[in-house]
Write a protein that binds this ligand. Structure first.
Ligand SMILES: [Zn+2]
Length: 170
């Protein structure tokens, strides 16, 4: 069993820790708190607009924003990016001091500030390389109904103080 991404590239999971033998999601109770928190969050951010596109176009022109296909950082403080802007984030993280914000709730704001200030990767800069071919082929995250799982609302999870080790560019 290997590592698997759900819905978006970036965050990765041990396949056996979140999926059963048929490839269906395990019940949330059977996932670790770390995995559960990220899976629940993915249900909310799946198909959301890219943060960088949004900084350019804003709410006034959401149609012009690409759908995000990559996610980095901690759930609720994550940065989500489209194909076009993923290299900008990776460049910032590796070369422009983004790594200092690893594991903190300042990652998102620090990247936004750099990007809004005109920060971009050099022409032709490659982001992370993924074995998975296309984010659109990834399994979709489950949707979580707060009625069925009041303990799994994002606030409840955010307050749970779970220690996370999400994936960052290396
Ligand atoms: Zn974008």
């Amino acid at each position: 069993m290997g590592k698997v991404s759900i819905g978006m590239l970036g965050w990765r999971f041990d396949e056996a820790a979140i999926l059963d033998d048929d490839g269906e999601f395990l019940p949330f109770e059977e996932m670790s708190p770390e995995d559960r928190k990220r899976i629940v969050r993915l249900g909310s951010i799946y198909n959301a607009p890219c943060n960088a596109c949004w900084l350019i176009h804003g709410d006034a022109d959401l149609e012009a924003c690409n759908t995000a296909q990559y996610v980095y950082g901690e759930p609720l403080d994550e940065v989500i990016l489209c194909e076009e802007h993923e290299p900008d984030f990776v460049y910032w993280f590796r070369r422009e001091g983004g790594d200092e914000h690893r594991g903190t709730d300042g990652l998102e704001d620090a990247f936004f500030e750099w990007f809004a200030d005109g920060g971009r990767a050099p022409e032709g800069y490659e982001g992370m390389e993924y074995v998975e071919t296309d984010p659109e082929d990834l399994p979709e995250p489950p949707t979580v109904s707060p009625d069925d799982h009041p303990e799994l609302t994002e606030e409840a999870i955010a307050d749970s103080g779970v220690d996370l080790d999400p994936d960052y560019p290396s």
